[in-house]
Unconditional design. Structure first.
Length: 553
């Protein structure tokens, strides 16, 4: 419930702090005293459109703070948690309106958006009046009110869950159907590509291996002739090794005869023979290592060129060809298996559609039964509100061809104000005074179901008097047993039934007009109700009548 309201520098209100309690609280006062300003300020704190004109003249900004005492399971706490805001203890909404038109929002002392404030405000307070477009709630919310009255929360949740699963199945089906259709259009290309890549059979890192082998064989090809010539010269028929070896042996035999002459020659020849032998061995090794197969080089080049041609064709690098081959094989497999998968998805979507239809039909039947009960409950309230010839109708239409998360039903509250007239949507058919009384009857029938914890009624008793005003007071009092009710009223019969009575007055202070608010005791209430009964001049008869009203209530 709303536990405290603090207003600073809003229109005629310079400074106002008021605590609210459970039950029925009425606000009374002379016309123009500031009752509407109070409601405008509350609306601003609940997310209404900001307006620089609301800031008190001479002030740079105005401020409204509304404090709410909420049950632990109130939906507003979930909204706070979803927005990473403190959801413990009281809920404090603060709106700062600057004179330049800009405004700031704070929720539990944390900066927030106006849209979040509006979402929270809708869950906390309903403000109703004769000319308020929200007076009888928008038709879009009528279905939710009917479900709240009928206690359909479990059924509605099941319908929503099934609808979600069904739509997901339909989305999966549509996506797979599109993929199968696209694959079918490319089937010939896929099969040809898969066949081509299958024959080519590219392997990971194959380009690198082939390129290195080709480079090695090409280098060997360039030096092979020179190595062969060196080997022939050192080891072939023209090799000097036999002649040098023979000469060395002859000189060694004659070395004793002229050692001083022959020894240097022998030593030099030995070094030469050893060097030539080493060169001969190196040439033979190089020849063996430089051996290559020209056919192998040709095959390697052909393979490398084929891989690179395929890479150009599929617009990828050679090392990605194995992945492309795998993907195309999978696409072709999906195409071949697609029809079976498609049948499975179609079956699943059809099953969920059938399940949704069954649940929606059951919910629709329950809504029909609840609609008749709600009609009767509202009709019972109408005679006392001087609407005894009127008729309240819950217009429920079901269209299985237009399913939605909440089923297949559209709900609209209709009325017939007089016998023989045409029924129509309540917001269009009923007059201002009738609207307020239909609203009250509807709210009493709904009690605390589908209602915000605080209801504000702005002069819904305007234009009625006597028994009707008393009937309105009775119903506001009954409502206050379930939810907190605040009522701006000019009817003494309504004021007399209040648990708490606040007087709004306007007076001049310091050369400026200011609105004030006072909590009235029993004596002050009697005087205010007498004023409401008598007008400008309060008579003893009016005071006596006021006393009787208070005693009766």
């Amino acid at each position: 419930m709303l536990s405290h309201l603090s207003i600073r520098d809003i229109v005629l209100i310079e400074r106002l702090d008021v605590a609210f309690s459970r039950g029925l609280t009425v606000l009374t006062g002379e016309t123009g005293a500031g009752k509407s300003i109070l409601l405008d300020a509350l609306s601003l704190a609940l997310g209404a459109r900001g307006d620089a004109g609301l800031v008190r003249h001479g002030a740079s900004q105005g401020q409204i703070t509304a404090v709410f005492d909420l049950a632990p399971d109130h939906p507003a706490r979930s909204v706070l948690a979803d927005n990473a805001l403190d959801d413990q203890g009281d809920l404090i909404l603060r709106r700062v309106q600057n004179a330049d038109g800009k405004s700031r929002v704070f929720v539990n002392d944390q900066a927030a958006s106006v849209s979040l404030l509006r979402e929270l405000g809708a869950a906390l307070v309903e403000i109703h009046g004769q000319h308020d477009d929200r007076a009888l709630v928008s038709p879009e919310a009528h279905r939710a009110l009917l479900d709240a009255f009928g206690g359909h929360s479990t059924e509605v949740q099941s319908v929503r869950q099934t609808y979600r699963v069904w739509r997901e199945a339909e989305t999966a089906l549509a996506g797979h159907r599109a993929r199968v259709a696209a694959a079918a259009r490319e089937a010939d290309y896929l099969r040809a590509s898969v066949d081509e890549l299958g024959k080519l059979d590219p392997q990971p890192d194959e380009e690198t291996v082939l390129a290195e082998a080709r480079s090695r064989m090409m280098r060997a090809e360039k030096v092979a002739a020179d190595i062969f010539e060196a080997n022939e010269l050192l080891s072939g028929m023209a090799s000097p090794m036999p002649s040098l070896s023979s000469l060395l042996r002859r000189l060694e035999r004659k070395q004793g005869e002229a050692q001083e002459l022959i020894k240097p020659i022998v030593e030099a020849l030995e070094r030469t023979v050893h060097a030539l032998s080493d060169a001969q061995g190196a040439a033979e090794l190089a020849l063996r290592q430089s051996e290559y197969d020209p056919k192998l080089l040709e095959r390697s080049e052909e393979r490398l060129f084929a891989l690179r041609a395929a890479a150009r064709k599929f617009s990828v690098s050679v090392d990605r060809l194995p992945g492309i081959a795998q993907r195309m094989n999978q696409d072709l497999a999906d195409l071949d298996a697609g029809e079976e998968v498609l049948k499975t998805l179609e079956r699943e979507a059809a099953d969920m559609n059938l399940r949704f239809g069954e649940l929606a039909l059951k919910l629709s039947d329950k809504r029909c039964a609840a609609a008749r009960l709600l009609e009767r409950a509202v009709m019972l309230e109408l005679p006392a509100l001087k609407l005894e010839r009127a008729e309240f109708i819950v217009e429920l239409t079901s269209d299985p061809g237009s399913p939605g998360p909440d089923g297949v039903d559209a709900v609209d509250f209709w009325v017939r104000t007089n016998p023989g007239t045409k029924a129509g949507p309540m917001m269009k058919t009923a007059s201002g005074g009738e609207l307020s009384r239909f609203l009250l009857a509807l709210k009493v029938a709904l009690a605390d179901k589908g209602s915000a914890p605080t209801l504000v009624f702005d002069e819904i008793d305007t234009g009625v008097g006597g028994a009707v005003a008393d009937a309105i007071g009775q119903r506001l009092k009954r409502l206050s047993d379930k939810v907190q009710v605040l009522s701006v009223t000019h009817a003494p019969q309504v004021a007399a039934r209040a648990d708490h009575h606040l007087l709004i007055a306007k007076a001049e202070t310091g050369g400026r007009m200011a609105t004030s608010l006072a909590i009235m005791d029993r004596s002050a209430r009697q005087e205010e109700i007498a004023r409401m009964l008598a007008g400008a001049e309060i008579t003893s008869e009016a005071r006596a009548a006021a006393d009787r009203l208070l005693q009766e209530n």
